[in-house]
Design a protein around this ligand. Structure first.
Ligand code: CA
Length: 310
Protein backbone atom coordinates (compact mmCIF):
# COMPACT_ATOMS: atom_id res chain seq x y z
CA UNK A 1 0.00 0.00 0.00
CA UNK A 2 2.78 2.35 1.00
CA UNK A 3 4.62 1.45 -2.19
CA UNK A 4 1.52 2.22 -4.23
CA UNK A 5 1.10 5.67 -2.68
CA UNK A 6 4.77 6.39 -3.31
CA UNK A 7 4.35 5.41 -6.96
CA UNK A 8 1.38 7.73 -7.41
CA UNK A 9 3.19 10.55 -5.64
CA UNK A 10 6.18 10.09 -7.93
CA UNK A 11 3.96 10.05 -11.02
CA UNK A 12 2.22 13.27 -10.00
CA UNK A 13 5.49 15.04 -9.22
CA UNK A 14 6.82 14.00 -12.61
CA UNK A 15 3.69 15.06 -14.46
CA UNK A 16 3.71 18.48 -12.79
CA UNK A 17 7.37 19.05 -13.46
CA UNK A 18 7.41 17.86 -17.06
CA UNK A 19 4.12 18.49 -18.77
CA UNK A 20 3.75 22.29 -18.86
CA UNK A 21 7.19 23.03 -20.25
CA UNK A 22 7.17 20.54 -23.08
CA UNK A 23 6.68 21.04 -26.72
CA UNK A 24 4.70 17.97 -27.63
CA UNK A 25 4.50 17.19 -31.27
CA UNK A 26 4.23 13.89 -33.07
CA UNK A 27 7.64 12.86 -34.34
CA UNK A 28 9.54 15.46 -32.26
CA UNK A 29 11.85 12.81 -30.76
CA UNK A 30 11.71 10.37 -33.67
CA UNK A 31 15.39 9.72 -34.29
CA UNK A 32 16.52 7.61 -37.22
CA UNK A 33 18.48 5.25 -34.95
CA UNK A 34 17.34 3.80 -31.59
CA UNK A 35 18.39 5.67 -28.45
CA UNK A 36 20.30 3.54 -25.94
CA UNK A 37 20.59 4.82 -22.36
CA UNK A 38 23.62 3.87 -20.25
CA UNK A 39 23.56 4.30 -16.46
CA UNK A 40 26.38 5.43 -14.20
CA UNK A 41 28.04 4.11 -11.08
CA UNK A 42 25.70 2.02 -8.91
CA UNK A 43 22.97 2.44 -11.46
CA UNK A 44 19.69 0.70 -11.72
CA UNK A 45 19.14 -2.45 -9.75
CA UNK A 46 19.42 -0.92 -6.34
CA UNK A 47 17.19 2.10 -6.74
CA UNK A 48 14.31 -0.31 -6.31
CA UNK A 49 11.30 0.12 -8.60
CA UNK A 50 12.37 3.60 -9.74
CA UNK A 51 13.99 3.73 -13.18
CA UNK A 52 17.47 5.27 -13.32
CA UNK A 53 16.67 7.77 -16.11
CA UNK A 54 13.55 8.79 -14.25
CA UNK A 55 10.60 9.38 -16.59
CA UNK A 56 12.96 9.86 -19.53
CA UNK A 57 12.39 6.76 -21.70
CA UNK A 58 8.63 7.40 -21.71
CA UNK A 59 9.06 11.11 -22.55
CA UNK A 60 11.24 10.17 -25.53
CA UNK A 61 9.03 7.32 -26.75
CA UNK A 62 5.81 9.30 -26.66
CA UNK A 63 6.90 11.34 -29.69
CA UNK A 64 8.48 8.60 -31.70
CA UNK A 65 11.89 7.53 -30.36
CA UNK A 66 12.77 3.88 -29.90
CA UNK A 67 14.46 3.79 -26.48
CA UNK A 68 16.40 1.03 -24.75
CA UNK A 69 17.75 1.12 -21.19
CA UNK A 70 20.81 -1.06 -20.81
CA UNK A 71 22.26 -2.59 -17.67
CA UNK A 72 25.96 -3.00 -17.10
CA UNK A 73 27.96 -3.74 -13.93
CA UNK A 74 27.00 -1.27 -11.22
CA UNK A 75 30.63 -0.77 -10.30
CA UNK A 76 33.43 -1.93 -12.52
CA UNK A 77 36.12 -0.60 -14.84
CA UNK A 78 35.11 1.33 -17.96
CA UNK A 79 36.47 -1.43 -20.21
CA UNK A 80 34.48 -4.20 -18.49
CA UNK A 81 31.29 -2.11 -18.56
CA UNK A 82 32.03 -1.16 -22.17
CA UNK A 83 32.27 -4.79 -23.32
CA UNK A 84 28.97 -5.52 -21.55
CA UNK A 85 27.36 -2.56 -23.29
CA UNK A 86 28.71 -3.64 -26.68
CA UNK A 87 27.01 -7.03 -26.25
CA UNK A 88 23.70 -5.29 -25.53
CA UNK A 89 24.10 -2.91 -28.46
CA UNK A 90 24.53 -5.91 -30.76
CA UNK A 91 21.34 -7.44 -29.31
CA UNK A 92 19.40 -4.21 -29.85
CA UNK A 93 20.63 -3.96 -33.44
CA UNK A 94 19.58 -7.56 -34.06
CA UNK A 95 16.17 -7.03 -32.47
CA UNK A 96 15.38 -3.77 -34.29
CA UNK A 97 17.14 -4.31 -37.60
CA UNK A 98 18.76 -0.89 -37.18
CA UNK A 99 22.31 -0.44 -38.47
CA UNK A 100 23.44 1.89 -35.66
CA UNK A 101 22.35 3.30 -32.29
CA UNK A 102 22.60 6.65 -30.50
CA UNK A 103 24.26 6.14 -27.10
CA UNK A 104 23.44 8.48 -24.20
CA UNK A 105 25.40 7.83 -21.02
CA UNK A 106 25.12 9.45 -17.60
CA UNK A 107 28.16 9.82 -15.31
CA UNK A 108 30.32 6.69 -15.73
CA UNK A 109 27.90 5.82 -18.55
CA UNK A 110 29.65 8.54 -20.63
CA UNK A 111 33.06 6.83 -20.77
CA UNK A 112 31.29 3.45 -21.04
CA UNK A 113 29.52 4.62 -24.21
CA UNK A 114 32.75 6.14 -25.51
CA UNK A 115 34.48 2.77 -25.19
CA UNK A 116 31.92 1.11 -27.48
CA UNK A 117 32.15 3.92 -30.06
CA UNK A 118 35.93 3.68 -29.96
CA UNK A 119 36.11 -0.07 -30.62
CA UNK A 120 33.06 -0.36 -32.94
CA UNK A 121 32.44 3.08 -34.53
CA UNK A 122 30.58 1.35 -37.36
CA UNK A 123 27.74 0.49 -34.96
CA UNK A 124 27.35 3.92 -33.37
CA UNK A 125 25.70 7.05 -34.79
CA UNK A 126 26.39 9.29 -31.79
CA UNK A 127 27.66 9.37 -28.21
CA UNK A 128 26.18 11.85 -25.76
CA UNK A 129 27.75 12.28 -22.36
CA UNK A 130 25.45 13.70 -19.66
CA UNK A 131 27.40 14.79 -16.54
CA UNK A 132 30.10 12.43 -17.81
CA UNK A 133 33.30 11.65 -15.95
CA UNK A 134 35.47 12.18 -19.01
CA UNK A 135 38.55 13.55 -17.29
CA UNK A 136 38.00 12.00 -13.88
CA UNK A 137 36.35 13.13 -10.67
CA UNK A 138 38.12 14.84 -7.79
CA UNK A 139 35.81 12.90 -5.48
CA UNK A 140 37.27 9.61 -6.75
CA UNK A 141 40.74 11.12 -6.27
CA UNK A 142 39.97 11.90 -2.63
CA UNK A 143 38.75 8.34 -2.14
CA UNK A 144 42.04 7.02 -3.53
CA UNK A 145 43.95 9.29 -1.17
CA UNK A 146 45.12 11.69 -3.87
CA UNK A 147 45.00 15.22 -2.52
CA UNK A 148 42.86 17.55 -4.63
CA UNK A 149 43.97 20.99 -5.83
CA UNK A 150 44.88 23.32 -3.01
CA UNK A 151 45.36 21.80 0.41
CA UNK A 152 42.07 20.84 1.98
CA UNK A 153 41.95 20.31 5.74
CA UNK A 154 41.35 16.85 7.15
CA UNK A 155 37.92 18.00 8.30
CA UNK A 156 36.95 18.90 4.73
CA UNK A 157 38.34 15.62 3.40
CA UNK A 158 36.26 13.78 6.00
CA UNK A 159 33.16 15.71 4.91
CA UNK A 160 33.76 14.73 1.29
CA UNK A 161 34.15 11.04 2.20
CA UNK A 162 31.05 11.15 4.39
CA UNK A 163 29.05 12.78 1.61
CA UNK A 164 30.14 10.11 -0.84
CA UNK A 165 29.24 7.32 1.60
CA UNK A 166 25.75 8.80 1.87
CA UNK A 167 25.36 8.94 -1.92
CA UNK A 168 26.64 5.38 -2.38
CA UNK A 169 24.37 4.15 0.40
CA UNK A 170 21.44 5.94 -1.23
CA UNK A 171 22.09 4.50 -4.68
CA UNK A 172 23.10 0.98 -3.72
CA UNK A 173 21.71 0.25 -0.28
CA UNK A 174 25.24 -0.46 0.90
CA UNK A 175 27.06 2.12 3.05
CA UNK A 176 30.56 1.08 2.00
CA UNK A 177 32.28 0.43 -1.27
CA UNK A 178 32.18 -3.28 -2.11
CA UNK A 179 35.40 -4.86 -3.38
CA UNK A 180 34.26 -4.78 -6.99
CA UNK A 181 34.16 -1.00 -6.79
CA UNK A 182 37.92 -0.67 -6.84
CA UNK A 183 37.94 -0.90 -10.63
CA UNK A 184 35.23 1.73 -10.84
CA UNK A 185 36.99 4.18 -8.54
CA UNK A 186 40.25 3.73 -10.45
CA UNK A 187 38.46 4.36 -13.76
CA UNK A 188 36.77 7.45 -12.35
CA UNK A 189 39.93 8.98 -10.87
CA UNK A 190 41.83 11.65 -12.79
CA UNK A 191 44.80 9.33 -13.41
CA UNK A 192 42.62 6.41 -14.52
CA UNK A 193 40.56 8.64 -16.83
CA UNK A 194 43.63 10.11 -18.52
CA UNK A 195 44.95 6.60 -19.14
CA UNK A 196 41.60 5.55 -20.63
CA UNK A 197 41.53 8.71 -22.79
CA UNK A 198 44.97 7.93 -24.21
CA UNK A 199 43.61 4.61 -25.52
CA UNK A 200 40.18 5.98 -26.48
CA UNK A 201 40.62 9.69 -27.33
CA UNK A 202 37.59 10.14 -29.62
CA UNK A 203 35.68 13.35 -28.83
CA UNK A 204 37.77 14.23 -25.76
CA UNK A 205 38.91 17.88 -25.73
CA UNK A 206 42.64 18.27 -26.17
CA UNK A 207 42.60 21.49 -24.13
CA UNK A 208 41.82 21.63 -20.40
CA UNK A 209 38.28 22.93 -20.77
CA UNK A 210 37.48 23.30 -24.47
CA UNK A 211 35.28 21.33 -26.81
CA UNK A 212 36.24 18.05 -28.45
CA UNK A 213 35.92 17.02 -32.08
CA UNK A 214 32.27 17.05 -33.15
CA UNK A 215 32.68 13.94 -35.27
CA UNK A 216 35.28 11.15 -35.26
CA UNK A 217 35.23 8.10 -37.54
CA UNK A 218 31.60 8.78 -38.42
CA UNK A 219 30.42 9.10 -34.77
CA UNK A 220 29.00 12.43 -33.55
CA UNK A 221 29.91 13.48 -30.00
CA UNK A 222 27.90 15.71 -27.61
CA UNK A 223 27.82 16.59 -23.92
CA UNK A 224 25.98 18.61 -21.30
CA UNK A 225 26.10 18.93 -17.53
CA UNK A 226 25.01 20.96 -14.53
CA UNK A 227 27.04 23.07 -12.12
CA UNK A 228 24.89 23.44 -9.01
CA UNK A 229 25.31 20.79 -6.26
CA UNK A 230 22.35 21.84 -4.09
CA UNK A 231 19.09 22.54 -5.92
CA UNK A 232 16.04 21.26 -4.02
CA UNK A 233 15.42 21.31 -0.27
CA UNK A 234 13.03 18.35 -0.56
CA UNK A 235 15.61 16.08 -2.17
CA UNK A 236 17.34 14.07 0.59
CA UNK A 237 20.49 13.53 -1.47
CA UNK A 238 21.32 17.22 -2.00
CA UNK A 239 23.17 17.80 1.32
CA UNK A 240 25.50 14.89 0.47
CA UNK A 241 26.22 16.40 -2.96
CA UNK A 242 26.99 19.71 -1.26
CA UNK A 243 29.61 17.87 0.82
CA UNK A 244 31.25 16.04 -2.09
CA UNK A 245 31.37 19.29 -4.07
CA UNK A 246 34.01 20.49 -1.58
CA UNK A 247 36.50 18.24 -3.40
CA UNK A 248 36.53 20.69 -6.32
CA UNK A 249 37.91 23.61 -4.31
CA UNK A 250 35.71 26.19 -6.01
CA UNK A 251 35.78 24.88 -9.60
CA UNK A 252 32.36 24.63 -11.29
CA UNK A 253 30.88 21.21 -10.52
CA UNK A 254 27.63 19.28 -10.07
CA UNK A 255 28.62 17.63 -6.79
CA UNK A 256 30.51 14.73 -8.35
CA UNK A 257 31.93 15.95 -11.68
CA UNK A 258 33.51 19.25 -12.69
CA UNK A 259 32.08 21.13 -15.67
CA UNK A 260 35.38 20.85 -17.52
CA UNK A 261 35.59 17.07 -16.97
CA UNK A 262 32.10 16.66 -18.42
CA UNK A 263 33.11 18.11 -21.81
CA UNK A 264 32.93 15.79 -24.82
CA UNK A 265 32.60 16.70 -28.49
CA UNK A 266 30.08 19.50 -28.95
CA UNK A 267 29.36 21.03 -25.53
CA UNK A 268 25.68 21.93 -25.48
CA UNK A 269 26.06 23.52 -22.05
CA UNK A 270 28.10 22.83 -18.91
CA UNK A 271 26.42 25.00 -16.32
CA UNK A 272 22.77 24.13 -16.02
CA UNK A 273 21.54 24.85 -12.49
CA UNK A 274 21.32 21.15 -11.72
CA UNK A 275 23.34 18.60 -9.79
CA UNK A 276 24.68 15.20 -10.74
CA UNK A 277 21.42 13.36 -10.02
CA UNK A 278 19.10 16.13 -11.27
CA UNK A 279 20.64 15.42 -14.69
CA UNK A 280 18.71 12.12 -14.80
CA UNK A 281 15.63 13.62 -13.10
CA UNK A 282 16.38 12.14 -9.67
CA UNK A 283 15.34 11.82 -6.95
CA UNK A 284 11.95 10.91 -8.53
CA UNK A 285 11.59 14.23 -10.30
CA UNK A 286 12.84 16.42 -7.44
CA UNK A 287 14.96 18.86 -9.42
CA UNK A 288 15.55 22.61 -9.61
CA UNK A 289 12.19 24.20 -10.43
CA UNK A 290 13.96 27.36 -11.63
CA UNK A 291 15.89 25.53 -14.34
CA UNK A 292 14.85 23.81 -17.59
CA UNK A 293 13.56 20.37 -16.67
CA UNK A 294 16.15 17.63 -17.33
CA UNK A 295 13.52 15.56 -19.17
CA UNK A 296 13.09 18.50 -21.56
CA UNK A 297 16.85 18.47 -22.24
CA UNK A 298 16.68 14.81 -23.27
CA UNK A 299 13.71 15.55 -25.55
CA UNK A 300 15.45 18.54 -27.12
CA UNK A 301 18.52 16.41 -27.69
CA UNK A 302 16.52 13.65 -29.38
CA UNK A 303 15.11 16.35 -31.65
CA UNK A 304 18.66 17.61 -32.30
CA UNK A 305 19.77 14.08 -33.29
CA UNK A 306 16.70 13.70 -35.48
CA UNK A 307 17.41 16.98 -37.29
CA UNK A 308 21.00 15.84 -37.91
CA UNK A 309 19.66 12.67 -39.54
CA UNK A 310 20.88 10.49 -36.65
CA1 CA B 1 17.55 16.23 -7.37
Amino acid sequence: MKKQIWKWFAAIVMALSVLPAQSWAAGYTQTKYPIVLVHGLFGFDNIGPVEYFYGIPWALRVDGAKVYSTQVSAANSTEVRGEQLLTQVRQILAATGASKVNLIGHSHGGPTARYVASVRPDLIASVTSVSGVNKGSKVADVLLGVAPDGSLSNAVLTSITNGLSTIISFLSGSPTLPQSSRGAVNSLSTTGSLKFNAAHPEGVPTTACGEGAYQVRGVSYFSWSGAKPYTNVFDIIDPALALTSLAFAGAKNDGLVSSCSSHLGRVIRDDYAMNHLDAVNQTVGLVNIFETNPVTLFRQHANRLKNLGL
